[in-house]
Design a protein around this ligand. Structure first.
Ligand SMILES: [Zn+2]
Ligand SMILES: [Zn+2]
Length: 250
């Protein structure tokens, strides 16, 4: 499995981009940063986008992606997410006020995008993608992504949560975990209220897992990036902080 980091922060800034991961060129997890990270020929290869939750830093580039591809693709891009998430995106973003409803454009029968509510595993060309509920201020999921050889787990935005980590104990080919850490530990009250991890709370929750999967940290909030990195070097030097533009193979 090949994963390109299009964006790995919990917001936007001069050197920071909201979260998106491109898997094997055609599947994207979260739509924080797509159009500014890829040339148009690569945008055209994107067929499936899985959204973790409806917050803006995870959906905003849906708007610009479909705008860029309007009239240029033969089949609609499929946008997957929990029903509440899909409803929120339709109601608050593609509502013909904030942005046109591209799920009806250029035509209802062959639009630019199509929304697909998901409950369980979705299988696409030998890759399975399973949503797992996590603990955030709006309905939110992480994803477990498998290609038969390797498994990748992405937490999505979450504060301390049990089910996700318990579920990972059943995975025998887990090679990497992309785990969110949004704030340094000194901002624990802010993390607690907004339901995000700090290095301390993540270290507390991370179970011991077979095969020692690589722990990759993302969704750092821009004002705290250097703080968080310094803290991680101290308390968990084996954790790797994801970098923009990097491709990871597992
Ligand atoms: Zn976020
Ligand atoms: Zn969020």
């Amino acid at each position: 499995m090949k994963i390109k980091v299009l964006g790995c922060h919990g917001s936007e800034g001069q050197k920071y981009k909201a979260t998106s991961f491109l898997i094997n060129d055609s599947i994207v997890i979260d739509a924080g940063t797509i159009v500014s990270a890829l040339p148009i020929k690569d945008l055209k290869k994107i067929k499936h986008i899985f959204i973790t939750h409806a917050h803006l830093d995870h959906i905003k580039d849906l708007a610009f992606l479909v705008d860029n591809l309007f009239g240029k693709i033969k089949k609609p891009i499929k946008i997957y997410g929990k029903k509440k998430t899909i409803n929120a995106i339709q109601k608050h973003l593609f509502n013909d006020v904030i942005w046109p409803d591209f799920s009806r454009l250029p035509s209802r029968s062959n639009p630019t995008m199509r929304f697909i509510p998901i409950k369980k595993i979705v299988k696409i060309n030998g890759i399975s993608i399973e949503p797992i509920a996590v603990n955030h201020t709006v309905e939110s999921v992480g994803y477990i992504i498998k290609d038969g050889m390797a498994t990748l787990a992405i937490t999505g935005d979450t504060g301390p949560t049990r089910g996700f980590w318990r579920r990972l104990k059943r995975e025998h080919h887990l090679k990497a975990i992309f785990a969110e850490v949004s704030f340094p530990s000194r901002k624990r009250l802010l993390a607690q209220d907004s339901l995000h991890y700090t290095p301390t709370t993540l270290a507390r929750d991370l179970p011991t897992l077979e095969n020692n999967p690589r722990i990759c940290i993302y969704h750092l909030k821009p004002p705290y990036v250097s703080d968080i990195i310094r803290e991680i070097h101290k308390i968990s030097p084996k954790w790797y902080v994801l970098k923009l533009g990097k491709t990871i193979k597992i």
